[in-house]
Design a binder for this molecule. Structure first.
Ligand code: HEM
Length: 143
């Protein structure tokens, strides 16, 4: 049994979960911003985004990194490849977006009034654009 392919399969499964979480979480916060504390929408979106973070976003980020690093351990020659360097740079970008969404989410929960729905809508596209670059790099391996 080639463990590498099982690890790669699990890696891609959690990549899908991570991307789903990164695309949904800002949407929940945009809806929460359209309501006030005490209103049902505010409470529902606050609780749903907290669950999303705890059950999907955080575990899948850890598993994507863990399984990705495991593959690099099993196949260290990949670290010589230009496409893997570029991929890891974009992956750091996705990880930074995860952290930034978490920070903005806490501000929305605390009703600091410093987060605009317009900003979240714009930032919502960034992980998707990074993911397009990552998938092309890891499948086409252009350099
Ligand atoms: C978090 C750190 C990550 C590391 C260390 C990592 C590392 C790796 C490695 C070593 C492979 C196997 C490459 C091969 O055998 O050709 C791989 C495959 C893959 N990675 Fe990642 N990865 C990471 C994150 C991501 C992310 C965030 C995405 C997408 C958003 C992603 C998408 C993929 C895909 C689609 C494959 C399968 C490619 C194929 O079938 O050949 N990875 N990754």
């Amino acid at each position: 049994m080639d463990i590498y392919l099982w690890v790669k399969s699990a890696h891609v499964v959690f990549v899908v979960a991570l991307m789903a979480g990164l695309l949904i979480y800002p949407r929940y916060k945009i809806h929460q911003l359209a309501s006030r504390p005490g209103e049902p929408l505010f409470e529902t979106m606050r609780d749903a985004s907290a669950r999303l973070k705890r059950i999907i976003l955080n575990p899948s980020l850890i598993l994507v990194w863990g399984l990705g690093l495991w593959m690099l351990y099993l196949n260290p020659s990949l670290l010589q490849q230009g496409w893997m360097h570029a991929k890891l740079a974009l992956v750091v970008g996705i990880t930074a977006m995860h952290a930034y969404f978490t920070v903005l989410g806490k501000k929305v929960d605390a009703v600091t009034g410093t987060v605009e729905a317009k900003t979240l809508r714009m930032l919502n596209e960034v992980p998707f654009i990074l993911m397009i670059g990552i998938v092309i790099l890891v499948i086409v391996k252009p350099f």
